[in-house]
Design a protein around this ligand. Structure first.
Ligand code: SF4
Length: 351
C-alpha cells in the first residue's frame, strides 16, 4: 500500500483580478462549473487507480477563489474524494475564501459537507487600501464573515498584506494591534511583492526599500500577539495549518487542477507532478531531500535531521554561523536574524 497523500485542489476562478495578483486564476464569476468538477473528479480517479485507496490526512481547496464554487459542485468533488480514498476521520479540510462570496447560509452548506477550516482573504482593515489592492470586498464584509465563522466554532485563518507603498513600521504596528483585537488564532502576513505582469507592475509604485520591509517584518513579530511558526504564518500551537505543515515537512501530496503541483510517492519513488497529472517526472532522493531542507527551514521548528537530509547539509558552514542557524538533536532551524536572510542562507547551507 502506498503512503498517505495530502490533497490540494486548485480552483482557478475569481470574480475579478486583484491589482497585485500573479497567481494562475481567471476573472470569471460564472465558469462552466460542471466541466470543472468533471475534470477534477477525473484526476482524482486517476490517482486512486495509480496509488490505491490511500489515506488522506488533509484536503486544501486553494485558488483562485474556492468559495465561489456552487455548493453542489463542492459536494460532487467531496463525494469523489470520499469514494476514492480513505479520508482520515479527523481530516483537516480547508477552504480559501473571499469575504464577498460567502454568506452565512453558503458557509453552513460548506461546513455540512465537510469544511472544518476557513482561510479568509481579509488583506487589510482599511477600505482605501482594499480598493487600492483591487479587492472586491470592504472591511465590514470581512468582519461579518469572520464573526459568522467564529460563531460557528470553525477553525479560521485570515490573510493580510503589508508593505504597501505608504506603509512604515508605525502603520504595521497599528495593523498588528487591530488584528490582535479580532481574536484570531491563526493569521498569514504576506509582504506585497510587485510582479511585472500585474496592474501594479505597470504603475511605477514607490515601494518601501528592502531595509524598510525588513524593519516591518521584525515589527510584526514584536507586535502580533500570535507567535510566528513559519516565514509568513502566525498561530497558537494547536492551530497550525496541518496541510501546510505536512507539505513543509516533506510529506507526499497530490495537486489536483491544471495549475496545481504535487509530490507523489509511489512504489518507493518520488515524482514531481507539475501542471496536471499527465506530466510525472521522477525525482531522485537527493533532490527530494534538498526540497525538504528548503521548505523545512521556512518553519520556526526547522528541518528534521533525517539521514537523507543530513547528507545534503554543509555542517562546516553551520558550525561557523550559529547566529543564523540553530542545531538541536533532531532539527536544524534558522534564528530570528536568519529568517531575514533565508534565501542567502540556503545558498551556503546546502552542499
Ligand atoms: S482573489 Fe486571490 S487569486 Fe483571485 S485575483 Fe485576487 S489575489 Fe488573485
Amino acid at each position: 500500500m502506498n503512503c498517505p497523500h495530502n490533497i490540494y485542489i486548485h480552483v482557478p476562478f475569481c470574480m475579478s483580478k486583484c491589482n497585485y495578483c500573479a497567481f494562475y486564476s481567471l476573472a470569471c464569476a460564472s465558469p462552466d462549473w460542471q466541466k470543472y468538477s468533471d475534470d477534477i473528479c477525473g484526476e482524482l480517479k486517476f490517482w486512486a487507480k495509480k496509488l490505491g485507496r490511500i489515506k488522506v490526512p488533509t484536503i486544501f481547496f486553494g485558488g483562485g477563489t474556492p468559495s465561489l464554487m456552487p455548493i453542489n459542485i463542492f459536494g460532487q468533488i467531496m463525494n469523489c474524494i470520499n469514494e476514492s480514498f480513505d479520508v482520515d476521520k479527523n481530516c483537516e479540510i480547508t477552504l480559501e475564501s473571499n469575504p464577498k462570496t460567502l454568506d452565512k447560509s453558503k458557509l453552513s452548506d460548506f461546513v455540512s459537507m465537510g469544511v472544518n477550516r476557513l482561510s479568509i482573504g481579509v488583506q487589510s482593515l482599511n477600505n482605501d487600501e482594499l480598493e487600492f489592492l483591487g479587492r472586491r470586498h470592504n472591511v465590514d464584509d470581512a468582519l461579518m464573515l469572520l464573526e459568522n465563522v467564529q460563531n460557528m466554532g470553525l477553525r479560521v485563518s485570515a490573510d493580510f498584506i503589508y508593505g504597501l507603498p505608504n506603509h512604515d513600521v508605525k502603520s504595521v504596528e497599528n495593523l498588528c494591534q487591530d488584528i490582535n483585537k479580532l481574536g484570531l488564532r491563526h493569521i498569514s502576513m504576506y509582504e506585497l511583492t510587485i510582479e511585472k505582469h500585474t496592474p501594479f507592475g505597470k504603475m511605477n509604485l514607490k515601494m518601501p526599500t528592502n531595509e524598510e520591509m525588513a524593519d516591518m517584518y521584525i515589527a510584526i513579530n514584536e507586535h502580533l500577539s500570535l507567535p510566528r511558526y513559519e516565514v509568513s504564518n502566525y498561530a497558537v500551537p494547536d492551530e497550525h495549518c496541518k496541510h501546510n505543515e505536512n507539505i513543509w515537512a516533506g510529506d507526499a501530496y497530490i495537486g489536483v487542477g491544471r495549475a496545481a503541483a504535487g509530490r507523489i510517492f509511489m512504489d518507493n519513488v518520488w515524482y514531481d507532478e507539475l501542471g496536471g497529472y499527465e506530466k510525472l517526472e521522477k525525482i531522485d532522493n537527493n533532490t527530494r531531500a534538498v526540497e525538504k531542507i528548503i521548505t523545512g527551514m521556512r518553519t520556526v521548528r526547522g528541518v528534521l535531521l533525517s539521514e537523507d537530509v543530513v547528507k545534503q547539509i554543509n555542517f562546516d558552514w553551520v558550525k561557523n554561523h550559529d547566529d543564523l542557524v540553530v542545531q538541536s538533536d533532531k532539527y536544524l532551524s534558522v534564528s530570528a536574524k536568519g529568517m531575514l536572510v533565508l534565501d542567502n542562507i540556503m545558498l551556503d547551507l546546502i552542499k
